[in-house]
Design a protein around this ligand. Structure first.
Ligand SMILES: *Cc1c(COP(=O)(O)O)cnc(C)c1O
Length: 241
């Protein structure tokens, strides 16, 4: 199957999942995860109407995306993988969303680099949306585990609105298991936490719930996902060699 056929099928499956649980069509955004796939695959997806892409490594992102973004102003890049502090400065000029904000020090560095680039007049996306990654499943290593630290981080980012930083919501990865109830519990706990935090910070647009991948996105949609991150089902198996 081609990338274009896969995209059509996934978009249909998303719509069907929405219909099954009474959610409006178009309430779930599709992020195409292009990690380990070449720029040609990204261009094929763009030709099929896809505009949002996710990458999990800074180095690969900056090899693949600057030219794509320059040629296609409507395309946006999300960083979804764990991010080292010393790589932040390389991704901030290109990403419109960082979904893997998982500790206070990382948020500090993102804000610092964004301010630096603004002061230097560097061309970059008008705003930088941040999603706070939360640890909800036994197997995942990343994500906040401590709600107090998460709140401290949200408050830090809230105070950087003048630098175009937007506190946009939350992300999680469910455990990699066949046990559907564990997956569902993981998504449900993110949704519950997000509801608590939205009550606590009514002034912030913390609406995004990024959850669901190729193997579990229909469960995630049933549990309230607003963005699914799909790689394999669009681009095929990744070759890690
Ligand atoms: C790779 C990756 C995905 C996509 O996974 P697939 O199973 O290929 O759909 C989603 N989210 C994150 C954080 C990833 O690293």
């Amino acid at each position: 199957m081609s990338v274009s056929e896969n995209l059509q099928r996934i978009r249909r499956e998303i719509d069907e999942a929405c219909a099954r649980c009474g959610r409006p069509a178009g309430s779930v955004q599709l992020l195409a995860v292009s990690k380990f796939h070449p720029q040609e695959a990204v261009l094929e997806a763009i030709a099929a109407g896809q505009t949002c892409f996710g990458e999990n490594r800074v180095q690969e992102s900056v090899e693949k995306f600057p030219a794509v973004l320059a040629d296609h102003p409507d395309v946006s890049l999300h960083l979804i993988g764990s991010l080292q502090r010393n790589k932040v400065k390389n991704i901030v000029p290109y990403a419109s969303c960082i979904q893997s904000v998982d500790r206070y020090e990382l948020a500090q560095e993102i804000i610092k680099q964004r301010r630096k680039l603004l002061d230097a007049g560097t061309k970059m996306p008008a705003s930088l949306r941040l999603l706070f990654e939360v640890h909800t499943g036994e197997e995942s290593k990343s994500g906040f585990t401590d709600t107090a630290e998460l709140q401290r981080t949200i408050e830090l980012c809230r105070d950087a609105a003048d630098a175009g930083i937007v506190c946009a919501g939350f992300m999680t990865m469910a455990p990699n298991t066949d046990d559907e109830s564990l997956i569902r519990n993981s998504f449900r706990s993110l949704r519950q936490l997000s509801e608590q935090l939205r009550t606590l910070y009514p002034d912030l647009p913390l609406n995004e719930l990024s959850m669901g991948m190729s193997g579990d996105f229909t469960i995630a949609i049933e549990e309230g996902s607003t963005m699914v991150r799909i790689g394999t089902a669009i681009f095929g198996q990744r070759n890690y060699a």
